[in-house]
Write a protein that binds this ligand. Structure first.
Ligand code: 6PG
Length: 239
């Protein structure tokens, strides 16, 4: 298995800018570009940069947006990943509604995990019954989780389903998450990780040291072998 590429930048904004330009360049090469967004706070800086730097670009008409995970809350809830993406990017650059494939956090979680799996199969190219995204953007939790696969539910990594219902370890909040089956089937995966509080996990995962085997993010190895970590200096300080 090829080692992931690691790109390190001086600051979170430089990291976001570099990844944003990389993403747009990749999307511009294709007729249609299917991208799954991550949630949490890190992507906000990326979305704000994209909305500003590529305002008015034609690329938005060819990009289709999916999510790696979603909290089981209403779409106008402050914790909704869709709401954050709409406020910081999608609503600003006028992505056509038909290009937005949100996970319905307000729905019954089990039914939504099944529905979203069907949506992925209906709209995306697939191979061996696995839907193929052009890009999956992932974040990294301080506990080594990614998407909404947390260490206490690490068995979701090997699920045969495309989507699963997960539970936040502290709040118990239900989440819908892509499984490693979809993540590792993507054409390309990029981690976007910034901040001093992530440096130990980044180092353990990339160096296979410490408790790396317990971290779901350690199991992100796309079959395409196109995996890049975009980190700022703080998150990459121990590499
Ligand atoms: C979510 C995310 C999650 C996130 C990490 C990092 O829904 O919260 O998909 O996997 O990427 O928790 O979050 P921060 O960027 O807020 O540190």
């Amino acid at each position: 298995m090829k080692k992931p590429e690691v790109k390190t930048f001086d600051s979170p904004s430089e990291c976001a800018r570099a990844f944003g330009d990389y993403l747009i360049k990749a999307a511009e090469k294709k007729q249609q570009y299917n991208c799954a967004l991550s949630g949490g706070s890190t992507p906000k800086i990326l979305f704000d940069y994209l909305a500003d730097a590529y305002q008015g670009s034609e690329v938005w008409s060819k990009m289709n947006f999916y999510w790696g995970d979603e909290r089981c809350v209403a779409f106008e809830h402050e914790e909704s990943n869709f709401r954050m993406a709409r406020e910081h990017l999608l609503g600003k650059v006028g992505v056509p509604e038909k290009n937005i494939h949100r996970i319905m956090g307000e729905a019954d979680p089990k039914k939504e995990a099944e529905r979203y799996a069907d949506e992925l199969m209906n709209f995306l190219p697939f191979k061996n019954e696995i839907p193929i995204l052009d890009m999956i953007i992932l974040g990294l939790g301080t506990d080594g989780h990614t998407a909404s696969i947390f260490p206490h539910e690490i068995e979701l990594i090997t699920s045969n389903n495309l989507c699963e219902v997960a539970h936040h370890p502290d709040s118990g909040q239900k989440r819908i998450t892509l499984t490693a089956r979809v993540i590792n089937g993507a054409e390309e995966v990029a981690f976007l990780v910034t901040g001093d509080n992530k440096k130990e996990k980044v180092s353990d995962i990339l160096n296979k040291s410490g408790q790396w085997i317990e971290y779901p993010a350690s199991y992100v190895h796309p079959i395409s072998e196109r995996l890049t970590w975009f980190v700022d200096k703080a998150a990459g300080a121990l590499l």
